[in-house]
Design a protein around this ligand. Structure first.
Ligand code: FES
Length: 64
């Protein structure tokens, strides 16, 4: 599913990029993907996704 229609950035791509680039907001992560916001409609959702991924990185690993 696309998070950013203008740039054809999928949610999966965005989550992966957020994990790889742990600083900055949506515009920074988009830039790391070689993109930049156009209409801006996606930015609020993108910020939520990025925050969610980074928070997950901080959670301790669950032992099996
Ligand atoms: S949907 Fe992302 S900039 Fe338009």
């Amino acid at each position: 599913m696309y998070t950013c229609i203008c740039n054809a950035i999928t949610e999966c791509e965005l989550r992966k990029a957020a994990r790889q680039h742990r600083a900055g907001g949506a515009e920074t992560v988009y830039a790391k993907l070689g993109k930049r916001p156009n209409c801006g409609t996606c930015l609020e959702e993108a910020e939520d996704i990025i925050r969610e991924e980074r928070e997950a990185l901080l959670e301790p690993a669950h032992a099996a």
